[in-house]
Write a protein that binds this ligand. Structure first.
Ligand SMILES: NC(=O)C1=CN([C@@H]2O[C@H](COP(=O)(O)OP(=O)(O)OC[C@H]3O[C@@H](n4cnc5c(N)ncnc54)[C@H](O)[C@@H]3O)[C@@H](O)[C@H]2O)C=CC1
Ligand SMILES: O=C(O)[C@@H]1CCC=N1
Length: 266
């Protein structure tokens, strides 16, 4: 089986590298293609895959094609490959919001899987939701799951609405965590810690909290109550968040991403 990754940015390169490192494929069965000459130059230093700068030189070699360009580049890409693709090829999209029907119609193919990965895939801690067109067989789904799992874990979901919902939680989610980290670092700077001290305090607090969560069956709410003493400092902070409806605002933000994914699809 030969796998071609189109688009060697954050996501495409991460998947190509993870698949390469996993040794799932034989020698030269992994191909990568990007339209940016400087990107292609930097890829040539990496040993895991054969690198292409022109789609017509590689698309017909592939059994599985991973599409990892930005959604707004998808129409131009589809136009450039629609006369080169085959019905037996399996297309796996990593693009937010681009529907299976759009891909099928633009390429004139049936076998399409749509995924929603996330950036922690870069460190093997990704979570990828995926769903497929009915024309994709169970064997093909199993193969793609193995490819996706090289970057962390994956979750087969029932439909494309759930892919858009995953975008609001796990796809965009790492940015919400970074937003929280940045806000705490900014607060630390206002309290006159140095930038290095602020980073250390926040980084270790996040790592420690995640480790506690991972090593127990307690919910985040239960852990919150273990940190907070009655009438103490944590309660003052949690009360402030409740009064300012921070939870509602975070939910609203997640739904904004979900809605935007659906909007891009339309
Ligand atoms: N960055 C993230 O955290 C996540 C991104 N995604 C999705 O992954 C996809 C890629 O995002 P990133 O990797 O962040 O983008 P990126 O901008 O880092 O990479 C896209 C790459 O595609 C290349 N490209 C553009 N048009 C091309 C064409 N016609 N042929 C070949 N290569 C072409 C660009 O040169 C670039 O290297 C997007 O559709 C996005 O919705 C999904 C989940 C998370
Ligand atoms: O912001 C975006 O559109 C992409 C999809 C999920 C994360 N990044």
């Amino acid at each position: 089986m030969k796998v071609l990754v189109i688009g060697a940015g954050n996501m495409g390169l991460t998947y190509a590298t993870s698949i390469g490192e996993s040794k799932m494929l034989n020698g030269r069965d992994l191909l990568i293609m990007d339209a940016a000459p400087d990107k292609v130059k930097s890829l040539e230093k990496i040993d895991y895959f054969d690198v292409y700068d022109r789609i017509e030189n590689c698309i017909d070699k592939a059994d599985v094609v991973l599409i990892a360009v930005k959604p707004y580049h998808s129409a131009a890409l589809f136009e450039s490959i629609k006369d080169l693709v085959r019905q037996d090829q399996l297309f796996v999209s990593l693009m937010a919001g681009v529907t299976i029907k759009t891909i099928q119609e633009a390429l004139g193919v049936k076998k399409v899987i749509r995924t929603m990965p996330n950036l922690p895939a870069q460190v093997g801690k990704g979570v990828t939701s995926f769903t497929s067109a009915p024309e994709v067989s169970q064997v093909e789904l199993d193969v793609v799951k193995k490819l996706l799992d090289t970057t962390g874990v994956s979750l087969l979901v029932k439909d494309e609405r759930t892919i858009d919902a995953s975008t609001g939680i796990s796809g965009s989610g790492p940015a919400y965590v970074f937003y929280f980290m940045q806000s705490m670092m900014d607060a630390a700077l206002d309290m006159e810690f140095s930038p290095e001290e602020a980073k250390m305090l926040v980084q270790q607090t996040f790592e420690g909290a995640i480790e506690l969560f991972n090593q127990s069956n307690l919910s985040p709410e239960e852990w919150m109550s273990r940190v907070a003493s009655k009438g103490g400092t944590t309660q003052a902070a949690l009360d402030s968040m409740e009064n300012n409806k921070v939870k509602e605002l975070i939910k609203e933000a997640a739904f904004a991403a979900f809605n935007r994914a659906e909007e891009i699809g339309r």
